[in-house]
Design a protein around this ligand. Structure first.
Ligand code: DGL
Length: 264
């Protein structure tokens, strides 16, 4: 099936997942929607997050998407069950990679950096309950980080100060894994590597999401069997500059379009 896979996030963060999708499924056509005008989602309540997700899904369905990847932990943990019961299209979501961290830790302490929306969700509570029995999980809300990333303001010294403040309790508790529970945070890896002790492994869920997408495409018999390289279409409802910079550096065969508004 040559119809596109739809991918959405509250902004540019989901491009960290998109990179993994393109690597694993190079022949798929993909539409990426960055709802940057409404970022951050992380401080919003579940009802607001569900409403924004539905608006994004409607937009992608109007473009003919055959499967939707919710490339945002906050959106997945707060809205995916509602999305699955409201639409017949298959959804793949992203959740913090607690399992591999809890299974791999030697110090029996892991850190999770995520948004308030993700850390306070029922889905996250369930996952941390099942893997956190013998492991101390240090949860930290990364308030304010998404704003720097959306602005492409990676060299701002205040970003490093903020990040150090968030990581400090994890270092204090001797974590040996840091789970990035927000699809925006892989953009902070260069800074995090500077701040963290060398033994701390940083993990995110991007590759796992791509693998799960491949499984669902196969199971539903909707994979694109063409051997042509797929096209990627980006839509953003905010300034296209930062997205354009990222896209230029990481993707080929793409188009980018700034859209003003879209409704469900
Ligand atoms: N990128 C999103 C996530 O994975 C949320 C960022 C935000 O809008 O707060 O949680």
């Amino acid at each position: 099936m040559k119809e596109p896979i739809g991918v959405f996030d509250s902004g540019i963060g989901g491009t960290s997942i998109l990179k993994e999708l393109v690597k694993l499924l190079p022949n798929e056509n993909i539409i990426y929607l960055a709802d940057s005008a409404n970022a951050p989602y992380g401080q919003k309540n579940p009802e607001q997050i569900v409403a924004l997700c539905k608006k994004n899904v409607s937009f992608l369905l109007k473009k003919g998407c055959k499967l939707i990847v919710v490339a945002c932990n906050t959106a997945t943990t707060n809205a995916i069950s509602e999305l699955r019961s409201s639409y017949s299209v298959p959804f793949v979501g992203i959740e913090p990679a607690i399992k591999p961290a809890a299974l791999g830790t030697k110090t029996k302490a892991i850190g999770i950096l995520a948004t308030k929306g993700t850390l306070s969700s029922a889905l996250f509570a369930k996952a941390s309950d099942s893997y956190g029995q013998n492991t101390e999980i240090i949860e930290v809300i990364g308030k304010g980080l998404v704003e720097y990333i959306e602005a492409g303001d990676f060299d701002n010294p205040n970003l490093e100060i903020l990040l150090k403040k968030y990581i400090q309790p994890m270092i204090h508790n001797h974590v040996d894994y840091l789970v990035l529970g927000c699809s925006h945070y892989p953009f902070l890896v260069p800074l995090l590597t500077k701040i963290l002790p060398q033994n701390v492994k940083i993990i995110d869920s991007g590759a796992a999401v791509a693998r799960q997408t491949r499984v669902v495409l196969k199971k539903k018999c909707i994979a694109n069997t063409s051997n042509k390289v797929g096209e990627i279409m980006f839509y953003t409802n905010s300034k296209a500059n930062t997205l354009a910079e990222i896209v230029k550096n990481h993707f080929k065969n793409y188009k980018i379009e700034a859209i003003k508004t879209y409704t469900s």
